[in-house]
Ligand binder design. Structure first.
Ligand SMILES: Nc1ncnc2c1ncn2[C@@H]1O[C@H](COP(=O)(O)OP(=O)(O)O)[C@@H](O)[C@H]1O
Ligand SMILES: [Mg+2]
Length: 256
């Protein structure tokens, strides 16, 4: 179990540009399902990249369990925005998921697919395969293992991408707009899996550019528009925002 704390972080993409994030503080606690809501361009993806250490804030600090994020990046995993993926790439579901493991092992200078490592430790190979199967089971796509990614529905693709993300040793999962472009049943199913993850002790932090009823399914809601506009339980945030004329309030949530 891990706790991530970001304190007063600010970030701009270049010195002459406006701040993409302005003094943002968040705390991500174990076992929680959090929604990060904000309009397009609010800085959600930027914040998630900073929280996973892909970029460094200009100001402020990020720690995980009291240690600097830079030293413990493996404790945080980021599932990228759907639009950043090439869904036509000819790859099977199980192969995609195994890539999550290869990436993770690269840093330790070993890959489950290296012949030397395989001969030296055949049991390790079996364990790797079990981990892939376990990840598929957690998101309910075991039967799709041999299917090509481009033959799946949007919801199935998102669950495959989540399974790949789960191959990480992280306990903090940042999911960038995972419900975008999914139909209502697929959105509901994705949220159900996210809730199960949180209930098993992980922290799940989900960004969404819309606002809607499904936010009541989260433990905590953070509203971002370059800086934090509101934060708290779904009910308290909703009532705090009633006076604020934000477009997102009138929209429908991605996860409705
Ligand atoms: N690579 C980049 N270079 C310059 N500006 C960027 C880059 N990525 C995002 N931005 C800008 O930073 C702001 C926040 O973007 P982003 O984090 O993608 O918002 P969101 O995910 O909430 O839609 C936007 O104004 C966007 O145009
Ligand atoms: Mg984004």
């Amino acid at each position: 179990m891990s706790t991530l704390i970001a304190e007063e972080i600010s970030y701009s993409y270049n010195k002459n540009q406006k701040l993409a994030l302005n003094r943002v503080s968040v705390k991500i606690e174990p076992g929680t399902l959090t929604a990060l809501v904000g309009p397009n361009g609010a800085g959600k993806s930027t914040l998630l990249k900073l929280l996973q250490g892909q970029s460094t804030p200009d100001k402020g600090h990020i720690t995980v369990d009291g240690q600097k994020l830079i030293n413990v990046r493996f404790k945080v995993a980021l599932m990228p925005q759907r639009s950043s993926m090439n869904w036509k790439f000819p790859i099977t579901v199980e192969k995609l998921i195994s890539l999550g493991q290869i990436k993770q092992n690269k840093s330790k200078n070993s890959s489950p697919f290296q012949l030397g490592a395989l001969l030296a430790n055949p049991k390790g190979w079996v364990n790797k395969c079990c981990e892939i199967e376990a990840a598929m089971q957690r998101v309910g796509i075991s039967k799709l293992a041999k299917r090509r990614l481009d033959s799946l529905s949007g919801g199935q693709q998102q669950r495959a991408l989540l399974a790949k993300t789960l191959m990480s040793p992280a306990k903090i999962f940042l999911l960038d707009e995972p419900c975008a472009a999914l139909d209502p049943p697929a959105k509901e199913e994705f949220l159900r899996i996210a809730r199960q993850l949180a209930d098993s002790g992980s922290s799940v932090f989900i960004s969404s550019h819309d606002w809607g009823r499904s936010l009541n399914k989260y433990d905590k809601v953070i509203v971002l528009d370059k800086s934090i506009i509101a934060s708290g339980t779904p009910q308290s945030v909703q009532s705090n925002l009633e006076d604020i004329n934000l477009d997102i309030i009138n929209g429908k949530s991605d996860c409705d």
